[in-house]
Design a protein around this ligand. Sequence first.
Ligand SMILES: [Fe+2]
Length: 381
Amino acid sequence: MTDRITILQNATIILSDDILHGWVAVEDGRIVDIGEGRPPERGLDLEGDYLIPGLIELHTDHLESHYVPRPKVRWHPLGAVLAYDAQIASSGITTVFDSLRAGVDVDGGGLGAELIELAGAVDEARRHNLLRAEHLTHLRCEIPSPGVVEMVEDFVACYPVGLISLMDHTPGQRQFRDLTKYQVYYSGKMGKSLAEFESMVAEKQRSNGDRAAVNRPALVAIAQSRSIPLASHDDTTLEEVEQSIREGVALAEFPTTLEAAKASHAEGITVMMGAPNLIRGGSHSGNVAAETLAREGVLDILSSDYVPASLLMAAFDLPHRAPEMTLPDAIRTVTKSPASATGLRDRGEISVGKRADLVRVHIKSDTPVVRQVWRRGERII
Ligand SMILES: [Fe+2]
């Protein structure tokens, strides 16, 4: 992580609303000058490749899957963090909100008390300067889960949190409004028969509502008292969007209907959708397609969700899916917009004074290839 740079030249630079063929000068980790054509002194030749801001990822579950590579298997925490970090950085991501689940999901997932241990491994790697990307924490709170409020209180007392999201995966609503899709998802994952499935659904619906009514306001209060940006998750109906507005939500993660996305966007709530959804042409849960929201002008942010490399692919694909969007518009969905939504004002665009978090991208067979990545002017890939 040395190779300090000063000038990158012969680059196709994606600015926040324009494309420029030229050069970028970097000093002390910041962008200090940008110009068209040849630079005043010779720099590193990018051979015409794109130069874009480092990507900013708000919702990736890949840290957990490195730590739990198989059900009941736990990998070495620091080893998991380092392998995950390498995958993130090589996907062009220079700022990542590691998504950690607080509480137990309907499939029995979630780390329980190990959440703190895994966050400790990230903290250790950060303190010893072992990480390529900058890692912040996105605490994903499963609202109806017993003990979730206490778990979040313990976590925020130990480690900084950059984003809190409010999830409720109770069957029959939000992500799983369509119970047939829910059955396919969870029967496949858990091997349940139809009868077992139906009785599980009935029990979940009974018990979750009561706990959610108590836990949701408590979680909102924790976020508000610490000025942590709040995200809604899988908003589906206008009533749910109105609740998000009342709670001061800044970001709507994966709204499941066009109606909810439009209502959120109109109220200034930033709408985020999954990059895999865009690339695959639809949602794996059968909900609204990211492409539809992009065409309707209400897609603000993309997230890699469950495939880190999808973020860059989707950004370059977006202008083909939504012809109203230019390439700078598309790149903003993975750089400037996620930075703004989470209060990171020092990064997210190639502009004088911003951090020199930069990615060199070569296009081969319509596929974007990450060639080099810098964070604060230091080469990390
Ligand atoms: Fe969800």
